[in-house]
Each structure stands twice: as C-alpha cells, then as structure tokens.
Design a protein around this ligand. Sequence first.
Ligand code: ADP
Ligand code: MG
Length: 243
Amino acid sequence: MIEVKNIYKTFYVPHEVQALSNVSHTVDKGQVVVVIGPSGSGKSTFLRCLNRLEYADSGHIFIDGIDILSPKTNINKIREEVGMVFQSFNLFPHKTVLENLTIAQTVVRKRTKKEAGEVAMELLKKVGIHDKAGVYPTQLSGGQQQRVAIARSLAMEPKVLLFDEPTSALDPEMVGEVLDVMKTVAKEGMTMVVVTHEMGFAREVADEVVFMDQGMLIEKGSPEHFFTNPESDRTKAFLSQIL
Ligand code: ADP
Ligand code: MG
C-alpha cells in the first residue's frame, strides 16, 4: 500500500537540517506501523511526505501504486486517499461536529447532503459521540475533538490513515478513549502509520515498529523484537529513556 524508496528531505530555513536521509520503508495493506524516535528525528517530516504536505527532495513514494512525487499526480487525489490526524485536531471551529464531517464528503466525494449526513452519524456512533453532532468543537473535550477528527478522516474512506502524535496534546485521562478508537480502526483493516510515544499501543496494535533518529530509519521490527531485543545502541538508549 505504501512504498517509500530512498527519500531525502533537507530544510534550509532557519538553518540547514537534513530531516530525512535515505529513508525506505514498505507498508502492506492493512498493516499498522508505529514510528518512534526522539524529538527532531524526522518522524513528522516522514509522515508529511506520505501525503505531500512536504515534498521529498529525492527518492520515490508510491501509495497503492500511485507515484505521489510525479508532477503529473494531482495533489488533491493524494490527499483524498491519504488521511491525516494531527496532534492539534485541526477541526473547523465555526462548523458543527456534523458539518466538520460532511463538508469534504459533499465537496470532494460528491455525496449528497443526506448521504454525507448518514455516513457522518454512523462514524460518530463508531467513535462514541453521536450525541454531539450539533455542537461546535470548542464545546468538546480534547479527547472528543480528536475522536471527531478521526471520524472526519474516516468519512473520506482513505486508503491510508496517518496519525502524528494524536494523543500528545490530550490530558492523560483522555488518551485511552482516543487510542481505543484507533485500535478499532486498526482492527477493521485500515492501513495506518502512527507516530506516538504510547508504547502500550505500539506493543498491542503495531504489526511493525520503526525507530528513527537524526533523519534516518535506524531499526525496524515486530513489537516483540523492539521491546525485548533491540539491536541498535541508539534504539536501546531511546527505549531506556522512555520505558
Ligand atoms: P519529529 O517529528 O521527529 O520531532 P520533524 O520531522 O518535525 O521531527 O523535524 C525533523 C527536523 O527537521 C528537525 O530538525 C526540525 O527542526 C526540522 N524541520 C521540520 N519541519 C521543518 C520546516 N518546515 N522548516 C524547517 N525545518 C523543519
Ligand atoms: Mg513531530
């Protein structure tokens, strides 16, 4: 579903940083990959390259066979197929929860208002907040807002869903409800790439864990491998800090 080959990304402002250095990785359909690593290691840049929020300087990225770095590939098409959930929710503040879920469905997927509303209500049920359809995002807790954001992504029926530290901005008591929704989505077969520091989630849900440091993909393997028997000294040092 995702094939990344030898990508590089350098930022020049405010100073030169090689954010990604020769990163390659393949994600099969239905797989859940958890990306871990220290702050500044390139995790967000890697995710953002997968939906072309950042344009990799070189290398190749294929999503379900589509060459997303080809200038011929329509960026809107990529964004339709690759959803993203951010740390900061990014809901439309002046739209109700229901509207947040229906806008892109009607505009991008060309569904009627009625169809979009039905899909939205179904998804709000799935994430446990169908009673909040008429309220505005600010009237919700952080955990509820993030669940709306996940439902909004799902409404587009993406082929891939990316999560960039989806629970990092939440009060601790709300982390579990968001992880539970992510587990449900994973079980239903969504292909997911998740940047998170939640090692319990990685252990339980990941098919594969990837460790990044200084823009490089240092080590990958099963959760068992990572948490019992990591190879690289850098991986060991990182895990010893967070576990
Ligand atoms: P992580 O998500 O692992 O914390 P990032 O991918 O955000 O790491 O950042 C990797 C490196 O690239 C960091 O040194 C960061 O400062 C730099 N960086 C990321 N995005 C930008 C940007 N838009 N402009 C300049 N530098 C950036
Ligand atoms: Mg980041």
